[in-house]
Design a protein around this ligand. Structure first.
Ligand SMILES: [Mn+2]
Length: 357
């Protein structure tokens, strides 16, 4: 394990943020814009704080794919440069750990291949010490080391990236153990504000990374997007989730023709540049349909076929797994039905699990 020490008497403000999922394959300009807005809010948050150190923890799944494009890698460096330049007055440290989306193999992540610069520090499995408080940074490939690394007699805080218990899947790490060993744990991987235990919190994602359903009248998502703030001063720690309203991908279902104009007016009034996928449960007039398609914020219009889907016998086992909510079983079926060499199975499973989160 790697040790990173800071002045014992010092104080620090942390921003912990993960699940950016940089992916420029669709709407690249829009995606760039919201990432700069995000980095801007991080810089503004930290510039208002008075503790000595400013620390940004990039808590995994910063990239959407383990092999990002050159354009995406370039954007990542641009964002960090912008962050550094916005906060020149105080020592700023950018610490980075890998999420499941950045895992290339058992021992390698995307960050092992990025040029090492003074701009950020890639923490595989690291310990950052401030006096009696020890911050453990554990990347996704190293979560099996989470338990033995705690230090008795110290206040232990964990930053990591793994999946907790959810309705549809088993946890990757036992939170009962984690909540006993660490005084506080801040995780990424689940894209909403979620606290599986009193002292375990998810940072959420700063914005939605896929089209998530919102109410067609309020246009409000049911989850909070944002990042986590933590302050350390003279051994005292306080923390909170900070909500952000950054451009997101939303999906709205409209059930009647009358709802179309109301919806168009509502999204026009929104100052945040969200983009929408509109699902119509009916066939609209061609005039209304072209009006929807002409809206700048609407990127996709889908007319849902009202005919129920017939399930044939071959898919019945899939349906059973879906009914049971058994994701692992579902993944097994997918793997058994596509041509995957036995040696690559685990890697495919990882990728599929990642896609589901
Ligand atoms: Mn993840």
């Amino acid at each position: 394990m790697e040790m990173l020490g800071f002045e014992p008497e010092s104080s620090a403000n942390f921003v912990i943020t993960g699940d950016w999922h940089i992916n420029l394959s669709k709407h690249p300009e829009w995606h760039r814009d919201r990432l700069f807005k995000l980095v801007d809010s991080i810089a503004k948050t930290l510039s208002r704080k008075h503790n000595y150190y400013k620390i940004v923890v990039l808590n995994g799944d910063i990239f959407d794919r383990a092999t990002p494009t050159l354009e995406e890698i370039g954007l990542f460096y641009e964002l960090l440069t912008y962050l550094k330049e916005s906060l020149v007055d105080k020592p700023l440290h950018i610490l980075l750990l890998a999420g499941n989306h950045e895992v290339l193999s058992k021992k390698q992540t995307t960050f092992d291949f990025l040029p090492r610069t003074a701009m950020f520090h890639y923490a595989k499995c690291a310990l950052v010490t401030f006096g009696d408080t020890w911050f453990h940074l554990v990347g996704h490939p190293y979560i099996k080391y989470i338990e033995p690394n705690t230090v008795l007699g110290k206040k232990n805080i964990l930053f990591s990236h793994y999946r907790s218990e959810l309705q549809f899947a088993a946890p990757e790490v036992d939170n009962d153990i984690v909540s006993k060993k660490y005084n506080l744990t801040i995780l990424s991987d689940i894209h909403y504000d979620y606290s599986p235990r009193e002292n375990i919190h998810y940072t959420s994602s700063p914005f939605s990374t896929k089209f998530i359903e919102v109410d067609s009248f309020t246009l409000e998502p049911s989850v909070v997007y944002g990042f986590y703030e933590l302050s350390y001063s003279a051994g005292k720690i306080s923390h909170k989730m900070t909500a952000l309203d950054l451009p997101s991908k939303f999906k709205c279902t409209l059930n009647k023709e009358e709802e179309i104009i109301t919806f168009i007016n509502a999204i026009r009034e929104q100052t945040t540049n969200h983009i929408y996928k509109v699902v119509l449960s009916f066939t609209p007039s061609s005039e209304l349909l072209s009006q929807l398609k002409a809206e700048e914020k609407i990127v996709n219009v889908v007319i849902q076929d009202a005919t129920p889907v017939e399930i044939d016998t071959d898919t019945s086992e899939i349906v059973d797994e879906l009914r049971e909510g058994n994701t692992e079983g579902l993944l097994e079926i997918i793997l058994n039905n596509i041509d995957v060499p036995e040696t690559n199975k685990e890697q495919y499973l990882q990728t599929l699990r990642g896609l589901l989160c």
